[in-house]
Every structure is written in C-alpha cells, then in structure tokens.
Write a protein that binds this ligand. Structure first.
Ligand code: ZN
Length: 202
C-alpha cells in the first residue's frame, strides 16, 4: 500500500480488498465513498459485520447459519413437509429459498467430495447427515448438489446412504446448465429444476 495514504485509510482499503471481486482501485473508491458521502452507512456497515460475526453460529443440525438457539430452517413445520434437500453451500440454500416454493428441511454440505482438495465424508459432516436420515419425518431426500463432476460424485455417495436408509431419492432436473452453480441460476431455471426433479438413478 502506498505511503501516500494516511495509515487508517490504507488499512480501510486493505480491509475492503478482502471482499470477493474487489481490487485495489474499487477498494479505494469504496473507502472514499464511505468517508466522503456516507459516514452513516459506514457505521451501519461496521455494526452489521460485528453483529453478524457475534450473533450467527452454525446450526448443528442443518449446518446453515442461525441466530441464537432457534434455527428457522429446522422447524417442526418444515419437518412436516417430509423433505430433506442436500446442497453444497449456504448460498445455494438462500437461492432455493428466494427462487423456489420449496419449504422443507436442508442439509448444507459446506463443500463437495473432492479427493484432490482433501474433502472427504468427515469434512461434509456426513455423520450428521446419516443421523438426519434416521429421523422419522424424512420421506424424500432431494439431491441438489451442483451438476459438476464433483457434485455428481457427491450425489451418488449421498444416494447410497439414503438408499441404505430406505428413503426415496430425487435429483434436480437437468435444465441446469452443466457446470452451472445453483446460486447463479435465475428464478425460472431453479424452480423448474425443483418441480421437474426425478427419481435418482445410478
Ligand atoms: Zn438448522
């Protein structure tokens, strides 16, 4: 960072560069925008980041973020739908909530099986998934991992677990472009993939 910057400004620019897709130039523009024109917004940003870091924890059941003890995604009402949707990331969960009518339960893998990256069943919390499969409310497992090679491998592995537990398995319809990440799909594509899901075949 340039010596031309007062240290607190240099530090702010460094911090903003941590955001995905933000380079030095954009970070500098954002920093000056906040300081010059939106100091109230800057305080709001600081408080929101602090609050999110302090108040959000991972739900031990679905592995999504939750505030306090109650997880909105693991409610009894959602269990009554009898469906358990498995996705790779919290971003996928939010995409499904925003773009489809699905209101069942979830399990977030926080990754996908990838021997090259050292991601195995332990990292994906598959012991917890196995425990969920033993719940008496589960009547359908919906595999919504991404349609990539690793996502398909993961789906196959999960399907074996669900099959062993005697639970019917469906997979999202392949209207999704190959290699497309769930979180980048628009409303039409994603809700079509959901409503058109079919029985998982090996
Ligand atoms: Zn939960």
């Amino acid at each position: 960072m340039s010596d031309a910057f007062p240290p607190p400004l240099a530090r702010l620019v460094e911090a903003l560069k941590r955001l995905p897709g933000v380079g030095a130039k954009s970070a500098q523009r954002m920093a000056l925008h906040l300081l010059d024109r939106d100091r109230e917004g800057a305080r709001f940003l600081v408080e929101s980041i602090g609050g999110a870091l302090d108040d959000l924890t991972r739900c031990p059941t679905c592995r999504m973020y939750r505030a306090a003890e109650h997880c909105r995604y693991c409610s009894d009402e959602r269990s009554r739908a009898g469906q358990l949707c498995v996705i790779e990331s919290p971003a996928d969960l939010l995409a499904i909530e925003q773009h489809t009518d699905y209101r069942g339960r979830y399990f977030v893998l926080l990754g996908r099986l990838s021997p090259l990256e050292g991601t195995g069943p332990d990292e994906l919390g598959l012991d917890q998934f196995a425990e969920l499969l033993r719940s008496d409310w589960v009547r359908e497992v919906i595999l919504a991992t991404n349609p990539t090679v690793e996502g398909e491998t993961t789906a196959y592995y999960l399907s074996e677990m669900a099959r062993a537990a005697g639970i019917p398995i469906t997979r999202l319809a392949h209207g999704l472009p190959v290699g497309g990440e769930l979180e980048y799909q628009d409303r039409g594509t994603l809700s079509h993939a959901f409503s058109g899901r079919r029985a998982f075949e090996e």
